[in-house]
Write a protein that binds this ligand. Sequence first.
Ligand code: SAH
Length: 358
Amino acid sequence: MKSFADTLRELIALEGPITVERYMDLCLRHYYATRDPLGAGGDFTTAPEISQMFGELIGLWMLEVWHALGRPHPCRLVELGPGRGTLMADLLRAARLLPDFRVAATVHLVETSPALRQRQQATLASSGAALAWHDRLEDVPAGPLLLVANEFFDALPIRQFVATERGWCERLVGLEGDRLIFGLRAEAERPLGNPLRLGDVLEWPAASVATMQEISRRVAGDGGAALVADYGYCGPAFGDTLQALKAHASVDPLEEPGDADLTAHVDFHRLAQAASEGKARVHGPAAQGGFLAALGIEARAAALKARATPAQAAEIDGGLHRLTEKGPKGMGELFKVLAVTHPNLEAVPGLPAPPSTV
Ligand code: SAH
């Protein structure tokens, strides 16, 4: 049978070079549709897979925010890109503390991969919650919502532009013989600001911005709040952040098309901008370590350890350390958390209040 890589090469041979955005989109669709990429046996690991504390604390965050929103009933509990369903399972367990919330909430999972939908179904079957799956956020029924997205935005395709003597040129993926290579095309169709140096790379996350616009339209219009956690930076910044992971190691993004995880760092500044343009209130972004500390991760770890075996206690400490670790590569610092809420919600747990709008 023809491999995905062969089909991709044929497409490029036929149509000519494609944008980085199209390349990411085609590769990621194939990648997620054909495997469960998470965990030790997969390509990468995420916060909810490292420790149950992550989803539990987000569950408590949701309870508090639901209360602050005036306890909307019904309330859509939405997750974008739920992976194995682990975060939602941990969140729902924590939410048992407030039975009224469990009655009000209907769970909506936005997931394109059939393989992962099956995995989510298996994880969440015993939760007792009413579950619905959707391909896109736009398909989730209207009404007040609480939304969470962990390591979702980094999986959305980006465009890349490179500073050349001709101005900004879009980066393309083409063919040299049988090999995929990066190339450039004519000038960008709109002004992109002044680069500092030739060779600078500017990333444009069109899909992320569109998703954030839809989130803010909903939370500002129907009421609600969204919590986004991902690795990224607070731009504007130049740099090529396209990266590929296979079996927990970096590989060349063109090396194993459709068989390696492709991601780009999330530009939180642009997400925040898209959210405020949509009339929602923005809280943060803040580093994940500080956010989890403010929500009480230390106390949660201590409570779990009080009834754990020594081996389990070591695992809990390991999880705590990984989720909050400082340094440019530690999840506590590299990962950022951003909340987007209805404008009436002046503060949310764990994130700095936005500047007041007088
Ligand atoms: N949130 C999970 C999984 C992160 S991996 C965790 O933290 O463990 C990214 C997830 O997003 C996967 O479930 C993947 O199938 C899904 N996904 C990727 N692109 C998507 C898209 N365009 N629409 C919906 N889901 C998508």
